[in-house]
Ligand binder design. Structure first.
Ligand code: AMP
Length: 215
């Protein structure tokens, strides 16, 4: 299966994507994680990307399009993938269509996780992540067993630098301006699967699997 996950920051795309990945066994490609790794390693792309990520702004299309093309051409993605955080603009969506056409395949589903801005803010402010294994927690909704320690690998949990109220506001603004129009784009191509995402993680997963007809 080739699927895209769409939704506001904090919609739970990352958490659902990890659960779907273990069910489907296809690679999970997370644009935010790729950019954060490049920033951490101070690669040329990372240094450029940091200017935007730190302010909650979208990294220029040509940078992220090139990253995703290279990643999708790797062998493990040839039989399917889950794409989280890409596309986020209409030019990115068109570039993805072109890449799929060049590979003679197509996207099967675009899963949209719907939440309000208020829920997005609440979720992002309480989000904690493990930089080692990428596990995602929330201080109230999904706390780790031991405060600030990853259940999976015992690493110390941290808050993302861009998960601050000021930067979040910018990210929500960009989402509404650049990314929300993609819903219509994919609705018209009959790929959109809409999943309300303000309930519990388990219920959202059940709903996703049901809508995708995955047992
Ligand atoms: P995320 O982890 O998905 O919330 O992404 C974190 C940040 O990475 C975003 O706020 C953007 O600055 C950048 N980013 C991630 N994906 C993209 C994309 N497809 N296009 C442009 N910037 C992106």
């Amino acid at each position: 299966m080739r699927a895209i996950l769409l939704g506001l920051p904090g919609a739970g795309k990352g958490t659902q994507a990890q659960k779907l990945q273990s069910k489907l066994g296809v690679p999970l490609i997370v644009m935010g994680d790729i950019l954060r790794a490049a920033i951490e390693q101070k690669t040329a792309v990372g240094v450029e990307a940091e200017k935007y990520v730190s302010q909650g702004k979208l990294v220029p299309d040509q940078i992220v399009i090139e990253i995703v093309k290279q990643r999708l051409r790797q062998k493990d993605a040839s039989q399917g993938f889950l794409l989280d955080g890409f596309p986020r603009t209409s030019d990115q969506a068109k570039a993805l269509d072109q890449e799929m056409a060049a590979q003679k395949c197509k996207i099967d589903h675009v899963i949209y996780y719907g939440i309000s801005d208020a829920v997005a803010l609440q979720r992002i402010c309480g989000r904690r992540i493990c930089k080692k294994c990428n596990a995602i927690y929330h201080v109230d909704n999904h706390p780790p067993k031991k405060a600030d320690v990853c259940d999976n690998c015992g690493n110390k949990l941290t808050q993302r630098k861009d998960d601050t109220p000021e930067v979040i506001r910018q990210r929500l603004q960009d989402y509404h301006r650049e990314t929300a129009p993609l819903l219509n784009y994919y609705r018209q191509s009959k790929l959109l699967v809409e999943v309300p995402a303000e309930s519990s993680m388990d219920e959202i997963l059940r709903n996703t699997l049901h809508k995708l007809k995955i047992a």
